[in-house]
Design a protein around this ligand. Structure first.
Ligand SMILES: C[S@@+](CC[C@H](N)C(=O)[O-])C[C@H]1O[C@@H](n2cnc3c(N)ncnc32)[C@H](O)[C@@H]1O
Length: 275
């Protein structure tokens, strides 16, 4: 089979399976198998795939047809300047979470060696991006899932960045500070919302990473006890939950409370400083 044929067939199969962007996924999968860039596929259009490449592509397409997230099929995913290992033990890092990192970096600006805590670190995406983009930051990531921490550990090794990892349940309070920044993208899908999610999320991503009742509240209460006097809290929240979370922050005495929208214009990141 030639590359053009592989692209057409893959795209058709993924479209029939209900994938949202079948031709983009097809290009990414074929490029991955050929070891080339998506942007360079046109140069290889008339190349014939080897039997090994055809077999590899078949196994990847079959997984994607079953609506396994593209990130798990590839085994890695880009987040900010990093490419991180991901599998079923962790949430796939989302573009909206890149905005969380922007807000964290804004708070850390000008601080030498700030202490940063990432609660529910998953793949380590937020913690590692901060360590990467604010050199000198002393970052700790905590998570209740031993499987997630294994993936985060692999990402520490892969990126060569210094992030300390600890198993920790956020409902027991937060690890002792003082922290200059506490950041969290806690699970915030309500149990009754799970049925309406895309199969990629509903069937494949860890429930522990998705469903959370009271996690955001636990983090913002816990952070109050461990933040440094001028420290900040940055929290990713469910779209539509900003006024409730802003209200809670105000009640708990946080100052400079504000919300930032994600790339789609939805309220997504709430922050405040320790008053
Ligand atoms: C929405 S995911 C965020 C993952 C990563 N920080 C990101 O932004 O891509 C939430 C994470 O919180 C972790 N988690 C869930 N319940 C927790 C708990 N009680 N204590 C600590 N971590 C928890 C999950 O294992 C998961 O890795």
């Amino acid at each position: 089979m030639k590359v053009t044929g592989a692209l057409a067939e893959t795209s058709e199969r993924l479209g029939a399976a209900g994938c949202e962007s079948p031709s983009v996924d097809a290009e990414i999968l074929v490029a991955h198998v050929l070891g080339t860039r998506r942007s360079e596929l046109a140069l290889d259009a008339s190349r014939t795939l080897s039997t090994h490449e055809e077999d590899t592509l078949e196994s990847l397409v079959a997984r994607r047809e079953a609506r396994e997230p593209l990130a798990y099929v590839l085994g890695e995913w880009g987040f900010r300047r990093l490419v991180l290992r991901v599998d079923r033990r962790v949430l796939v890092p989302r573009p909206e979470t890149e905005v969380v990192v922007d807000r964290c970096l804004a708070h850390l600006q000008g601080l030498a060696g700030p202490r940063v805590l990432d609660v529910g670190t998953g793949s380590g995406a937020i913690a590692l991006a901060i360590a990467d983009e604010h050199p000198g930051a002393r970052v700790t990531g905590v998570d209740a899932s031993p499987g997630a921490l294994e993936v985060a550990r692999a990402n520490v090794v892969r990126t060569g960045l210094a992030v300390e990892l600890r198993e920790w349940d956020l409902f027991t309070g937060l690890p002792e500070g003082p922290w200059d920044l506490v950041v969290s993208n806690p699970p915030y899908v309500l149990p009754e919302e799970v049925g309406s999610l895309e199969p990629e999320v509903r069937e494949w991503e860890p429930r522990q990473a998705l469903i959370g009742v009271g996690s955001a509240e636990a983090v913002l209460r816990g952070a109050r006890d461990v933040l440094a006097p001028t420290g900040a809290l940055v929290l990713e929240i469910a779209a539509g939950d900003s006024s409730r979370i802003e209200g809670l922050l105000g009640e708990l005495g946080y100052a400079e409370v504000r919300t930032t929208t994600d790339l789609a214009g939805r309220d997504r990141v709430v922050e405040g400083t320790h008053a």
